[in-house]
Ligand binder design. Structure first.
Ligand code: 13P
Length: 279
């Protein structure tokens, strides 16, 4: 049990047919509660940060907490940079000690996405760091989405992308949207099944907040090995914080208000991991 790369934990997931939960940390406070949840479930965990949150907290601070908890709590922890579009952010995260990075070239032309992802893979793999790429797009940030045909990953593009780019995991557009917390999405299962048959690579679901829990099992059966949850954690933490801080005396210890918020995160993560592990 240790600080691991994404490649290592996804191999474990593939060999034992489960999905690894990847949870967005929105501040440093919630990270111990996240890792503790994985420890209690006896499962590996991916802690991921957006570039903006990584800059806010400090990349090396995230690394320090994840490394020390991985060692002291005896749990496999990956620290992953989510949706980096700028290679400088990837270089900085790797220098700070992140064990995995995502290069999101989904807004680039197909050719440019391949070129840049290849550069990231060469750079990261030479330093023992894993890489997630993306093909197709994941819509999002507001409710009331419509999935445009162009958002879906085209299987022939994904096959070509993987021939060119040796990524350790591939984010696919299969009907999910980032930030969908007031409704649930309809996944394109025929496409997921086709991708699973054609791609011999762990696939990643983004926008996990908007995915119905009853769909999780079918996703695991179809090669989804990393499943991202961000907004659900943010919303739970913020709701509890509003409740706690709304009622508090101004001289009450901060921890009395913050521990319940972190406990909400812990509960969500344990519940998700149980579903991902098929418990
Ligand atoms: P949600 O915030 O919609 O759960 O998505 C998380 C995610 O995919 C991060 O990349």
């Amino acid at each position: 049990m240790a600080y691991k790369t994404l490649k290592e934990v996804l191999k474990d997931a593939e060999d034992n047919n489960f999905t690894v939960g990847a949870f967005n940390a929105h501040n440093l406070e919630m990270v111990p509660a996240m890792i503790e949840a994985a420890h209690e479930e006896g499962a590996p965990v991916v802690i991921q940060t957006s570039v903006a949150t990584a800059r806010y907290v400090g990349m090396s601070n995230f690394v320090a907490v994840c490394k020390s908890m991985a060692t002291n709590e005896a749990v496999d922890v990956v620290l992953h940079l989510d949706h980096a579009r700028d290679i400088k952010d990837i270089e900085d995260a790797i220098a700070a000690g992140y064990s995995s990075v995502m290069f999101d070239g989904s807004l680039l032309s197909f050719k440019e996405n391949i070129e840049k992802t290849k550069r990231v893979v060469d750079f990261a793999h030479a330093r023992g760091v894993s890489v997630e790429g993306e093909i197709g797009t994941i819509g999002g940030t507001e409710e009331g989405f419509t999935v445009k045909e162009g958002n879906y990953t085209r299987p022939e593009d994904a096959v070509k992308f993987l021939q060119e780019c040796d990524v350790d995991a591939l984010a696919v557009g299969v009907g999910t949207h980032h930030g969908q917390f007031q409704s649930k999405t309809k996944l394109n299962f025929p496409l997921i099944e086709e991708l699973h048959k054609k791609l011999n690579r762990p696939m990643v679901i983004h926008g996990g907040t908007g995915v119905k829990e009853e769909d999780y099992h079918r996703l695991t059966e179809n090669g989804i090995r990393k499943f991202n949850v961000g907004t659900e954690i943010l919303v739970a933490w913020t709701k509890k914080a509003k409740e706690m801080f709304g009622e508090t005396e101004v001289n009450n210890s901060l921890r009395n208000n913050i521990i319940p918020c972190n406990d909400e995160v812990n509960k969500i993560i344990k519940h998700k991991i149980e579903l991902f592990m098929n418990k």
